[in-house]
Design a protein around this ligand. Structure first.
Ligand code: SF4
Ligand code: SF4
Length: 351
């Protein structure tokens, strides 16, 4: 016998999740596309994804005996325009500006597991946010939370795509919630045209080119071919979501709720600060956020690339002195010194 999904959805909504739904714990059909994506090498530097390639997509490999996936989404506030009147800054993707979503979402998911565990002691539950080898977007789509758009993000018409996904796998058999059938994109191709590195084809991302993957996941030097296209992004990139009409400022999106834990803590970072960080300063600046995923060398590399892309009127002597310091410091990894040298050459004779 299947349990009704309604009380699970209601409990998840009461826990502050903007969207919730249930699907069966079977491998989604997108598993095949994922295998092709790996085979074509489109996962770029995210080689760790291959580690669980065989199980990726099978919920039973994450929780033995899993029969249902309860999918949830938190909405985070749409990132606002930056103020460029002060010191030169680097941009951060909207999802990373708040408290570490893994922690804040897991806390609420664990409370739900405890509550349901008390009600069904014979069942097991496992909360996941981003780290388990699951096809989160595919399950969310199957659970009716929205549809994946050409920019590969989950879109809920009326809410948009500023969403973070989480799941609870359970051995309980729960009636699935209905899928959404309306396709969100139609003839629109705005995201594909807006992507600075041409990383998107409809419903397919090339992580070798994506600024988000380059700045957050790639621990080695970034191919200079991408530098000028990275603009001032130093952690992630929102271009393909910003242009999406589903994220427009409408009465519906204005009313779409977001959980208070997703309120921004760090809107942007001052480039000179990042260039001068030591390990302790990085830790202090990023404490409690998901931005600790990039190590100190990656942050400095990203900041150097953003400095190289600055207009001359935003480069002052102090900023270029910080660049010089990295060029000349033999203790810096070659990746950082090379990016610093490129920034120095880009602004030679300007300051
Ligand atoms: S995040 Fe940026 S670089 Fe990556 S696909 Fe979207 S627009 Fe392109
Ligand atoms: S920008 Fe257009 S094509 Fe891209 S995801 Fe949004 S609706 Fe779809």
């Amino acid at each position: 016998m299947r349990l009704s999904s309604s009380s699970f959805v209601e409990d998840a909504r009461s826990a502050g999740f903007a969207l919730a739904g249930v699907t069966t714990a079977t491998p989604p059909p997108q598993v095949e596309a994922l295998r092709r994506w790996f085979k074509a090498g489109l996962h770029g530097s995210m080689k760790w994804m291959e580690k669980h390639a065989a199980q990726r997509g099978d919920p039973a490999a994450v929780l033995e005996g899993a029969r249902s996936v309860i999918c949830v989404a938190d909405r985070y506030p749409p990132p606002h325009e930056e103020d460029h009147s002060g010191p030169a800054i680097g941009r951060i993707a909207g999802y990373a500006r708040g408290r570490d979503y893994h922690r804040v979402m897991k806390r609420r998911l664990h409370s739900l597991c405890d509550r349901w565990g008390a009600q069904w002691p014979e069942a097991t539950f496992r909360a996941c946010v981003d780290t388990a080898p699951l096809l989160e977007r595919a399950h969310a789509e199957a659970a009716g939370l929205g549809r994946v758009g050409k920019n590969t993000m989950l879109i809920e018409p009326g809410t948009g795509s500023w969403l973070l996904l989480g799941e609870i796998l359970t051995t309980l058999k729960i009636e699935p919630t209905p899928q959404k059938h309306e396709e969100p994109c139609g003839t629109c191709t705005r995201c594909i045209e807006a992507c600075p590195t041409e990383a998107l084809r409809p419903w397919e991302l090339d992580a070798n080119r994506c600024i988000a993957a380059l700045t957050i996941e790639q621990r080695t030097p970034i191919d200079p071919a991408w530098h000028s296209r990275m603009d001032d992004w130093i952690f992630g990139c929102d271009e393909c979501q910003t242009v999406c009409p589903h994220n427009g400022d409408t009465s519906r999106t204005r009313q779409a709720p977001f959980h208070e834990s997703q309120s921004p803590r760090v809107d942007h970072l001052v480039l000179e600060d990042v260039l001068r960080w030591d390990a302790k300063q990085r830790q202090e600046a990023l404490a409690g956020t998901s931005m600790t995923r990039a190590n100190l060398s990656m942050w400095k590399r990203n900041a150097c690339i953003a400095v190289a892309n600055l207009p001359a009127n935003q480069c002052d002597a102090s900023l270029m002195q910080a660049i010089d310091m990295l060029v000349e410091d033999p203790a810096q990894p070659p990746m950082v010194r090379e990016a610093a040298m490129a920034a120095k050459l880009a602004h030679q004779g300007e300051v």
